[in-house]
Design a protein around this ligand. Structure first.
Ligand code: MRU
Length: 501
């Protein structure tokens, strides 16, 4: 496949993406300033493409600042910093620069070889990520031509070749699985209208263009089966920075139950950043917004807000697919797994305590966990009974819009109480309820945060049944499988959001 970035005898050769689709103008970048400028003005753009261009820029700097075998290291390092600073959001640029720079002690040729290796790797990486993503999407929608919505340009122009999200669409189209692609025009620089539409036309893939604000409307109107986009930076918790307009698509997709899939190389994953709020978002010139086609459209005194990217929180992302893995950031099980802390020998020696404190600190996760619990027994319960357990029972009851009956420690409830004693993984305890909170024949979902030996939940089950209620099932955030608590609760059905050994 034709490459969007290449190296030719001491220069970077690239298409000027600003001139596309009608003018196929080639640029020859011979100085580091040429490279910085081409990246800054978006002549070269797209996270993977600027990563490789940045690496080649370092190679150029190393060649230009060498005498014989001797490289002027401080100057090359300073120029590398300038290149990395050309655009702040896509981590691939800093990654490409860093990777090329790591070979500087071995001389200018070593830097160039590393950059050329990255150039060669890029297409293979994109093809592998696209195949994996296409497989994931096929799993969601067996055997039917899909209506896909994409945003910005993530194709062969945004990478060295093939593309990420658009590579996935290519892959699906080759298997006859694409009905139509809706492309957001991508204001203000129109990467969707100028570049993605051009690539789709080049491939003969049916597509239509919409203004960015029509994308969420198309999703809401049931015109989209799946949203597939690229990324500029993915943080450790799965938040995704991508072209401005991506977030509103993700919100609309979640609201309509449409999968939202992100395809990117591993070099886009930045585990040094904890979450999306750490990502520097590039803000571009006001003129991109206050004018159109070179003419001023807004009043002269009007200011602009022109971020080039936005951040989609992990809980809206169905899957992040790279060349080597498929992550499911919106899956509450994975998010619980990432937050849970194991404390050894607490509260007594030999006990491994699963601390869910940081699960409860994530309000969105608590809501999603509760929704998963409620969904697991949808239509089967008309009351939630729970221990206090930091309030998870209340959130499930709210989610299902049913009453909550709290089972509490002895001495907390006035009036008539029904009480039960039970053994714990460590020690023993009692639970009490006010029986008038539970009508005979009620269908009860029992909720707790951790299922260990099953002692507490078994006691809660006994309490509910003693009062004449029917236990519809038991739902917990975490089940410790090796302690075998589930067997003790038979024949009741147990749902755990996350399992640990
Ligand atoms: O400002 P751009 O055009 O460089 O923004 C590009 C995007 O946001 C792409 O979606 C992203 O870089 C992924 S490209 C495979």
């Amino acid at each position: 496949m034709e490459r969007s970035v290449a190296w030719d005898d001491g220069a970077i050769i690239t298409l000027d993406q600003r001139a596309l689709p009608f003018d196929k103008r080639t640029m020859r970048l011979e100085t580091v300033d040429d490279v910085i400028d081409a990246i800054s003005v978006l002549a070269i753009r797209g996270a993977p493409a600027i990563g490789v261009a940045g690496a080649l820029g370092v190679a150029l700097a190393a060649r230009l600042h060498s005498t014989g075998n001797k490289v002027d290291m401080p100057t090359v390092q300073a120029r590398a910093r300038d290149i990395a600073g050309a655009r702040p959001t896509a981590v691939n640029l800093a990654w490409g620069v860093r990777r090329a720079l790591s070979r500087l002690p071995d001389g200018a040729d070593a830097v160039l070889n590393e950059a050329l290796l990255m150039l060669d790797e890029d297409e293979q990486t994109n093809r592998a990520a696209s195949q994996r993503a296409a497989e994931f999407v096929r799993g969601l929608f067996p055997a039917r031509p899909l209506r896909i919505l994409t945003h910005c340009n993530t194709g062969r122009l945004a990478t060295v070749a093939w593309g990420t999200a658009l590579g996935t669409i290519r892959e699906l189209a080759a298997a006859g699985q694409v009905g139509e692609v809706t492309v957001g025009e991508t204001r203000p620089l129109l990467q969707g209208a100028r570049l993605t539409a051009w690539e789709l036309a080049e491939e003969g893939i049916p597509h239509r263009l919409c203004v960015d604000s029509a994308g969420p409307a198309a999703i809401a109107a049931g015109m989209v089966d799946c949203v597939i986009v690229g990324a500029d930076r993915i943080t450790a918790n799965g938040d995704v920075a991508n072209k401005i307009g991506t977030y509103s698509l993700a919100v609309a997709a979640r609201r309509s139950g449409v999968p939202f899939v992100v395809v990117a190389p591993e070099s886009t994953v930045d585990t040094r950043m904890r979450s999306g709020s750490d990502i520097p978002v590039e803000e571009r010139a006001a003129e991109e917004v206050t004018g159109y086609g070179g003419l001023r459209t807004a009043p002269l005194e009007t200011l602009a807000f022109n971020p080039a990217f936005d951040v989609t929180p992990a809980d809206l992302v169905t899957a992040i697919v790279t060349q080597s893995r498929t992550l499911l950031p919106a899956d509450p099980a994975e998010r619980v797994a990432a937050r849970i802390k194991v404390v050894e020998d607490f509260p007594t020696p030999g006990v491994r305590f699963h601390d869910l404190g940081s699960v409860y600190a994530d309000a969105v996760l608590v809501r999603d966990v509760a929704a998963a619990m409620s969904r697991a027994f949808a239509g089967q319960f008309d009351c939630v009974m729970a221990r206090e357990s930091r309030g998870i029972g209340a959130v499930v009851a709210q989610e299902a819009c049913v009453p909550l009956l709290l089972a509490r420690k002895p001495g907390k409830l006035p009036g008539e109480v029904v009480s039960v004693d039970y053994g714990l993984e460590y020690g023993s305890d009692s639970l009490e309820i006010q029986p008038d909170g539970l009508r005979a024949g009620a269908e009860v979902l029992i909720v707790d945060d951790v299922l260990a030996t099953g002692g507490t939940l078994e006691a809660a089950t006994r309490l509910a049944e003693h009062c004449g209620a029917r236990v519809s099932g038991l739902a917990v955030i975490v089940e410790i499988d090796t302690l075998g608590g589930r067997a003790r609760l038979e024949p009741h059905e147990v749902f755990a959001v996350h399992h640990v050994a």
